[in-house]
Design a protein around this ligand. Structure first.
Ligand SMILES: *Cc1c(COP(=O)(O)O)cnc(C)c1O
Length: 446
């Protein structure tokens, strides 16, 4: 576990030293920078942004009210902000080849809500993926407001394959088609939060067209893989594509929407004034920075490496005795079934043991999980962050071995401490922010 030393060699932002007047917050930020730098970040929805993204999101743009859109604001003084948001929108359109972009959603969840609001009347039916099969809370979970406003019908994945090497546990398109025919949804949602295969947009398009439904693609997780050319793009196939900017896309925390010009007005007014007040223009600027980074050749190399790393991690974990859901991965994440490794081991306990070992990931339900979503029989791991830090296939093999060791000898504190020490050494060789740590005085340093 990270200790609060108050003195850390890790900078939390390019402006960390400006926090010297607030030692309480400065110390916490330095402690978090240390945690991120000295433990393995394997949460599939996380990444390390560039220092440039940190700089834009820590900028004076946070001071500005800009309700409305470029050229149509409700407050004065938005000449510069209009240029910032126009730049972000243009870069998003160029990156994804889209006709229209809205870069204001504060989060991926808000982007989804906005699209539902733009395209579906309250009480009407939406067909989306079941949460316990890989879908997201905003795809109609009973715990989400979405299920109280719209009527959701859910599809899932096929059965696990019988060890013949074929990928089972893939989206059941026969079921999607049957449900679409029977339930006549206004909107079909493609996209998932815990699913390790590519999701093709075309079969969803065909089904949507056959019942006169619109198609929304929730690209929250693989947006960076699409931008980097490692996955086919649903833009132009789906009517609307929502995504987060902070997962594989490696930008600031936030959401965005791209769509055909015909839907621009409906989408824009659903975001503002439909759901939000003033946009976070400092985050919009940081999104612009991230879109530019994601358009570079280096980002294509990155996206391909993320997938290669996930495949190496999946192979390593299978060799440790875990079952890889769907027999492998085509994206940045690996979903593990813990039961063949140890029938007693729950996702909850595994997450806790690995946390103590310096390996940060999350428990996750697996398809048809007999345990509750709070306990689970699975783990979800992602390679987006550690690939940013420079790790490759060899390191993924080492990580898989460390996970196996930590969980196999979880009753032995000395063994966990030994794994923690090896994780520390591995992370020291791949610092996420070498330029910050080398160049900037750190807050809290005495
Ligand atoms: C992460 C995610 C979201 C929501 O993103 P937030 O920014 O956390 O609101 C929506 N849909 C899917 C499929 C996701 O994975």
């Amino acid at each position: 576990m990270t200790e609060h030393r108050g003195v850390a060699p890790f900078a939390a932002s390019p402006f960390a030293s400006w926090l010297a007047g607030d030692p309480e917050v400065a110390t916490l930020l330095a402690a978090e920078a240390e945690r991120q730098s000295t433990t393995l970040q394997l949460i599939a929805s996380e990444n390390f942004t560039s220092p440039a993204v940190l700089a834009a999101s820590g900028s004076v743009l946070t001071n500005k009210y800009a309700e409305g859109y470029p050229g149509r604001r409700y407050y004065g003084g938005n000449q510069v902000v209009d240029e910032v948001e126009d730049l972000a929108r243009q870069r998003a359109k160029d990156l994804f080849g889209a006709e229209h972009a809205n870069v204001q959603p504060h989060a991926g969840a808000i982007a989804n809500l906005a699209v539902y609001q733009a395209l579906v009347d309250p009480g009407d039916t939406i067909l989306a993926m079941r949460l316990d099969q890989g879908g997201h809370l905003t795809h109609g979970s009973p715990a989400s407001i979405t299920s109280k406003i719209w009527r959701f019908v859910s599809y899932g994945v096929t059965a696990a394959s019988d060890d013949d090497g074929r990928p089972g546990e893939v989206i059941d398109f026969d079921q999607v088609a049957d449900l679409a025919k029977r339930e006549r949804p206004k909107l079909i949602v493609a996209g998932a939060t815990a699913y390790s295969r590519q999701i093709p947009a075309e079969p969803f398009r065909d089904i949507a067209d056959s019942v006169g439904a619109r198609l929304m693609f929730d690209l929250a997780h693989p947006a960076g893989l699409v931008a980097g050319g490692a996955h086919p793009s649903p833009v132009g196939v789906a009517d609307v594509v929502t995504f987060t900017t902070h997962k594989t896309l490696r930008g600031p925390r936030g959401g965005a929407i791209v769509c055909r010009a015909e839907l621009a007005k409906a989408v824009d007014s659903a975001v503002f004034p439909g759901l939000q007040g003033g946009p976070l223009e400092h985050v919009v600027a940081a999104k612009a920075v991230a879109f530019r980074e994601a358009a570079t050749p280096a980002f294509r190399v990155y996206a391909a490496q993320v997938v290669a790393n996930a495949q190496a991690l999946a192979r390593g974990l299978a060799a440790e005795g875990f079952r890889v859901v769907s027999n492998g991965t085509e994206n940045h994440l690996v979903l593990l079934d813990l039961r063949p490794f140890d029938a007693e081991l729950t996702g909850k306990e595994a997450q806790e043991v690995l946390d103590r070992s310096g390996i940060t990931l999350n428990r996750n339900t697996i398809p048809d999980d007999p345990r509750s979503p709070f306990v689970t029989s699975g783990l979800r791991l992602g390679t987006a962050a550690q690939t940013t830090a420079g790790m490759q296939e060899a390191e993924m093999g080492a990580v898989a071995a460390l996970i196996g060791r930590a969980l196999r000898r979880r009753a032995d504190e000395a063994s966990i401490r030994a794994v923690r020490a090896e994780v520390f050494d591995l992370c020291a060789a791949f610092p996420p922010y070498p330029s910050l740590d080398a160049g900037t005085p750190t807050a809290g340093r005495t």
